[in-house]
Design a protein around this ligand. Sequence first.
Ligand code: PLP
Length: 372
Amino acid sequence: MALMGLHTAYGLSRIINARGPYTPLGVSRSGDDVSAAVAESLSEFFVMDELQEAADRALARFTGAEAGTVVHCTASAITLAVAAAMTGESPDRVEALPDTTGMPGAVVLPTGHAVNYGHSIVQAVRLAGAVPVAVGTEAGFTLEDVETGLARPDVACLLLVSSRLVRGASAELADAVAVAHRRGVPVVVDGAAQDFRVGELLATGADLVAISGQKYLGSPTAGLVVGRAGPVAAVRAQERGIGRAMKASKEAVIGVLAALEARQELDMAVWRQQQADKVADFVERAGAVEGVTASSVPDPTGLPFARARLVVDPAVSAMDSAALDEALRAGSPSIWAIPGRRDAEGLLFELVPLTPDEIDAILARLAELLVR
Ligand SMILES: *Cc1c(COP(=O)(O)O)cnc(C)c1O
């Protein structure tokens, strides 16, 4: 089976993932060191508490936070961080959830931060037994909106999503954190795909930051929760409560440890340059295809790489960008790009995990579909 490959063995579609760390496509590729460590872990026993303690030390070293722990994924990290804000380390409270009787049960979050990453983050909040309280509008929120939301007696925490904080109308993350802290309310930040920015997110003063291990970090599926020691201990306390259904496996924790080491050994300046060169080369080659306008688009949240944007002129190519997207996905291998939005037309290609062969295959398909 190893020789014939998993796709052949199980009759699975071959795909080229230019969509980024997208859960329905298997998210990311792990490096060789991570794969080897995970494979080795699968045939070993461990004291799971020791694994979590090793992860705690590694996450603290990696992020500069006081403490860290690993849970199943970031969706569970959000649920468990909310639970931690309601229960602290009280065993009775941990056992009682999702019944929140006698606990602060309201979670304030900006309306525009109610992201949907496969389900709504609001459901991740409700799963702990908490009640979401939205403030502000889809377009943004002010510090007064946050103040108003926090002005009730049963607030458990403020929840913010870092990827929503693109340059725009919203209050700054750090200012919102400060408003909550003035009221003694802890702050949880969903930083799922933003492991490159975890230091920046912690510097806002947030009490807990949740990061996906399996996105750019390239571990198996894992949620990393880092922050102050007390709140992290309260997340770990959920292992004997609702967190049982959201636990990290041994292979996930080992994979996270290996992925953190790999990241620490990575020369970021060299890596950034490689990504920039890859995008520049793709933009030049795609832009040479008749009817295609190609450009490099920096990540709006400040991640250290750009994406390639292709806009197709339907007058020249007999298809527009949306039709191209469909045609790319219909082929074999199926090519998945990021579809354009109303405010940003065209197709975006994220090249970070792709091999030169895959990039050549995308360019060949573009020429095949567009050149008449
Ligand atoms: C991916 C993502 C999640 C969910 O992360 P998982 O680790 O897949 O559970 C949550 N929030 C945001 C903003 C995401 O991008």
